[in-house]
Design a binder for this molecule. Structure first.
Ligand SMILES: Cc1cc2nc3c(=O)[nH]c(=O)nc-3n(C[C@H](O)[C@H](O)[C@H](O)COP(=O)(O)O)c2cc1C
Length: 198
């Protein structure tokens, strides 16, 4: 079985349009790829603490002692070993909710998700062949420098050594001139096409 890791940062839970879009992709993908099992990490349930000084100190102490099998590093080990990764997060303040940033800091562990070669160059250590980032936005930001979320995820994809970072989105959902249901329905169709072709 292939293990697909689903990172759910959709703070509005079942009301979230991003979550609806991501779930639709996952359903279509699993129908087309019967050998896939999905492990979901709901960041609002996991509630990792930010890397305040004492958290960082504990992490450094464990890392320096070579204790990479400690539960603190479990999210990083899980991320590094996933075959595919789907991250779902709404577009918040040009980026994504803080819960996702905290998770990304937690999984960015040297010698687990990334490392350095003998020449000192950074190299990714994650197994996933692709990462899909699913989002919805109130306005229009895709492809602009203001889409900090996409830039951040693209950069981390390089750092983690994940060869393909893909994006699935619906935009303009809060623009009063738009029909949000129609925009979401169109994104659902794109999700189905992507799930069949990825
Ligand atoms: C805290 C917060 C911040 C937001 N910031 C932005 C923003 O910077 N730009 C934008 O276009 N929409 C912004 N929005 C609107 C959301 O991106 C939009 O409503 C999105 O569809 C919400 O996704 P969800 O239904 O999955 O929660 C924000 C919404 C919230 C609640």
């Amino acid at each position: 079985m292939k293990r697909l890791l689903f990172i759910n940062a959709c703070v509005r839970g079942e009301k979230s349009r991003t979550l609806k879009l991501a779930r639709h992709f996952l359903n279509c993908y699993c129908s087309a790829h019967r050998d896939t099992e999905v492990a979901e990490v709901d960041l609002c349930t996991l509630r990792l603490p930010p890397q305040y000084p004492e958290v960082l100190a504990q992490r450094d102490e464990l890392w320096n002692a070579g204790k990479l099998d400690h539960p603190m590093f479990e999210p990083a080990r899980q991320f590094a070993s996933a075959d595919q990764i789907v991250v779902a997060a709404p577009f918040w303040d040009l980026s994504f909710p803080a819960a996702l940033k905290i998770y990304l800091e937690r999984i960015s562990v040297t010698d687990l998700t990334f490392g350095y070669d003998a020449q000192g160059a950074m190299m990714g250590l994650c197994k996933a062949d692709w990462l899909l980032y699913v989002t919805t936005r109130g306005g229009y930001y895709a492809g602009t420098p203001l889409d900090i979320a996409a830039a951040h995820i693209k950069g981390l994809g390089v750092m983690y050594g994940i060869p393909q970072v893909r994006f699935l989105d619906a935009e303009g959902l809060d623009d009063i001139r738009n029909d949000p249901a129609a925009l979401l329905a169109a994104a659902m169709e794109r999700a189905a096409e992507l799930a069949a072709g990825i």
